[in-house]
Design a protein around this ligand. Structure first.
Ligand SMILES: NC(=O)c1ccc[n+]([C@@H]2O[C@H](COP(=O)([O-])OP(=O)(O)OC[C@H]3O[C@@H](n4cnc5c(N)ncnc54)[C@H](O)[C@@H]3O)[C@@H](O)[C@H]2O)c1
Length: 386
């Protein structure tokens, strides 16, 4: 069996490549080595046993060649950022997915034959498609008590005042978040909208034309090989860098945002589960840790793990477009036999051991933060300092 992994030089793609090789697949990687992710070129973890094609998923001819002789596709390449170059999100994330299906269909129709065709396409979507998710007012006196509400994005004016919670339109009290379930979506930024378009293209066009496809909505994925350089990057990397330099992690909003952080091994396992499981076809699945934690608790636990007596700093900054709470319900994927096996402790252990081998890239981190401030992506509440 031959597998194509787009974005196979990146964080998640490269772990998938390793797993596929271990399972006996021939693997082809298609990756353009995006300079914002790989400023030092091809990473050393790209294995010699895999065929490496440097190319862009936006190039139809490159994609056509990359799909030649392939039975399974994992589409991990993506443009992920907070930058305002909106059309790039759609070209890289959504149009490329439509192109994969178009090219598979072209192959099947040109006589390559179904048997020789692609048997499964798994696309990497994101928890971002939920946007602010669904909330519910728990105030017993409220006429909307207990009713799920699709949360509108928080206004800039609200964030400027440092009001972080979603407020009930009926009674004006803070609302409680509900677990994110697959039937729902409410994307609020270019990345998230492009990921939803990617899912819809994969699952619906796949079903229409009998090409088994699955979309996986990853929560925040963590582990070794997360890019040390790009601006949209893991909180683990950013907090680690600060702590390694004996500086407090800087937390946006009030630190009480709830998240779920997933170990890379659980994500790879989820991909292998839906690859082999016919019941997964034409469906969307959350892939998360099944546990929630606040960003502040996360930072405290990380500092403890690193043996640093440093308290996180909460200066009142916020990031435009961030969601208040994001915690996925993973019961749909559990029904297929998958379950998250690794918690935060293991995430920290594995990431820190890897970071030890990487030198100190604090300079790059500072440059990334400065660029985001310059672009207006990170802003400050009106009455705070710093
Ligand atoms: N890491 C997370 O927490 C997370 C969460 C939700 C969803 N995802 C999704 O998972 C997938 C993998 O993410 P990751 O964290 O491994 O990202 P990454 O940036 O580490 O890897 C992406 C890879 O894609 C390549 N790439 C980017 N643009 C390309 C293009 N136009 N043509 C070819 N290759 C291109 C990059 O060079 C990189 O090697 C993405 O689709 C992402 O949207 C990731």
């Amino acid at each position: 069996m031959k597998a194509l992994v787009t974005g196979g030089a990146g964080f998640i793609g490269s772990h998938l490549v390793d797993r596929l090789l271990r399972e006996g697949y021939d693997v082809r990687i298609l990756d353009n080595l995006e300079p914002r992710v790989h400023p030092r070129g091809k990473p050393s973890w790209v294995p010699g046993e895999a065929e490496f094609v440097r190319g862009d998923v936006r190039d139809l001819e490159v994609m056509r060649r990359a799909l030649d002789g392939i039975q399974v596709v994992f589409h991990e390449a993506a443009y992920q950022d907070y930058m305002p170059d909106f059309s790039k999100f759609f070209h890289v994330n959504s149009v490329s997915t439509a192109a994969i299906l178009e090219l598979i269909l072209e192959r099947t129709r040109s006589g390559a034959g179904i048997g020789a065709g692609v048997e499964k396409v798994v696309v990497a979507s994101s928890q971002a498609v939920y946007g602010e998710g669904q909330y519910c007012c728990r105030n017993l006196d409220c006429p909307r008590h207990g009713q799920p509400t699709a949360a509108p994005g928080r206004s800039e004016e609200q964030l400027r005042r440092g009001v972080w919670d979603l407020i009930c339109a009926a009674c004006g009290r803070p609302m409680t978040n509900l677990p994110l379930r697959e039937a729902y979506h409410n994307p609020r930024n270019a990345y998230a909208i492009s990921k939803l378009a990617q899912e819809l293209a994969a699952v619906h066009l796949g079903q229409l034309h009998g090409i088994p496809t699955v979309a996986l909505r990853y929560s925040i994925v963590q582990g070794p090989r997360q890019s040390l350089y790009n601006q949209y990057s893991g909180v683990c990397r950013i907090f680690c860098m600060r702590l390694l330099n004996d500086q407090p992690p800087i937390i946006y909003e009030d630190g009480l945002q709830k998240r779920d952080y997933t170990h890379i091994k659980d994500v790879v396992e989820a991909n292998m589960t839906v690859l082999k499981e016919v019941r997964a076809d034409y469906r969307v699945f959350n892939v998360g840790s099944g546990r929630e934690i606040t960003v502040r608790d996360y930072a405290v636990k990380l500092a403890e793990k690193m043996g640093k007596a440093i308290t996180p700093m909460i200066p009142g900054s916020y990031r435009v477009g961030d969601n208040r709470h994001s915690v996925s319900d993973v019961s749909r994927l559990r029904e297929l036999g998958w379950q998250p096996a690794f918690g935060l402790d293991r995430i920290f252990d594995d990431y820190l051991s890897w970071l030890d081998t990487q030198g100190n890239p604090a300079t790059y981190l500072q440059q990334a933060e400065a660029a985001m401030r310059a672009q207006g992506v990170i802003r400050q509440v009106e009455n705070s300092q710093g």
